[in-house]
Design a protein around this ligand. Structure first.
Ligand code: XMP
Length: 317
């Protein structure tokens, strides 16, 4: 019978055998999968695992610093790379969702490749690919392959010539979480909502600017902190805030305002393939709305997304 403990034991032994004294590079994203993959590899090969965590400027508020800190606490050999400006430059002027995804994927590969080249004589690329990612990337006809190009699998430039090691590619998400728990990984990392690779770039409809990212990060942090404070964060499968390219009229004191709208999205789901919007308590929605409008300059209206998937998707882009 499969248990997280037996999985860890067998996998670490297999990784030791397979990798020997070879060096491995792995990109950490702050998410569950790459974190669990990193800790497994670290148990097998220790300092020969070189982790790279890229700040693409599209993460949640303060996420880069706090997650980098947890990785260091976990004993991982991790390098944080500030590449914010490279991503913002590549995104300038783009508003088509697929063009934004492609630009982000391309810059990520460039940045990662620059970093990987600094690891002398590296042989392997470690990845946190899980079983559903494997299925999704081979089923070319799958809806997400055509509707949205996901960047978690593949995308390895030829010139890197690295062999790929994917210790989680037989597991489902709940199994990955159980393995992570056995490995003693911070519950804050394990319980984290899914977050898309292109990050806030696909939650800012239209063109990305650092100013919009800043506004969205503030509003989103208020949303997420309120979900945590109300004890509902763990009941929600995924939540996020979307910056709409819509301005509307409001009043603030005696002043007329003409500012942007943010939309709150919170869904229940098993695997992200289908989803229903969460029936969050009205009082909680009211508090979040007030907190955002009173504290985030540039936002004067908050709406709640009550669409299910299908036909809507979880993300707006
Ligand atoms: P949708 O919007 O397709 O999202 O209903 C389903 C799940 O996939 C995530 N998602 C992405 N993840 N790169 C990613 O790594 C992407 O381009 C991407 N697009 C959507 C989304 O956050 C949700 O969990």
């Amino acid at each position: 019978d499969w248990t997280p403990d037996s999985f860890v034991e067998t996998t670490v032994a297999e990784l030791k055998e397979k990798l020997g004294d070879d060096k491995v590079v792995l990109g950490l994203s702050g998410g569950v999968d790459s974190s669990v993959a990193a800790v497994l590899l670290h148990q097998a090969i220790g300092k020969n695992l070189y982790c790279i965590f890229v700040d693409n400027g599209l993460l949640r508020k303060d996420e880069f610093e706090s997650v980098l800190e947890s990785y260091k606490h976990m004993g991982l050999n991790v390098k944080g790379v500030d590449a914010k400006q490279r991503f913002y430059d590549a995104l300038a002027g783009l508003s088509d969702p697929e063009k934004k995804r492609k630009a982000i994927g391309r810059v990520f590969i460039e940045v990662f490749d620059d970093e990987a080249h600094l690891v002398e004589d590296v042989k392997w690329l470690g990845q946190g690919t899980i079983y559903p990612d494997v299925i999704e990337s081979v089923s070319v006809k799958g809806p997400s392959a055509t509707i949205k190009s996901h960047h978690n699998v593949g995308g390895l430039p030829d010139f890197m010539k690295l062999k790929v090691v994917e210790p989680l590619n037989t597991l489902f998400k709940d199994e990955v979480r159980r393995v992570g728990k056995t490995l003693g990984i911070d519950p804050n990392i394990l319980g984290r909502h899914p977050f898309p690779g292109p990050g806030l770039a696909i939650r800012i409809l239209g063109e990305i600017t650092p100013e919009k990212v800043d506004i969205l990060q503030q509003a989103d942090a208020i949303f997420i902190n309120n979900l945590r404070a109300a004890g509902v964060y763990d009941k929600v499968w995924q939540a996020g805030t979307i910056y709409l390219p819509v301005q509307s009229v409001g009043v603030m004191g005696d002043e007329r305002t003409y500012e942007n709208v943010v939309c709150l999205r919170a869904v229940e789901s098993l695997d992200g393939m289908t989803a229903d919007w969460c029936h969050l308590p009205y009082d909680l929605l009211a508090k979040i709305s007030n907190d955002i409008i009173n504290n985030v300059k540039g936002i004067n209206r908050v709406v709640y997304d009550i669409s299910s998937k299908p036909p809507a998707t979880i993300e707006w882009e």
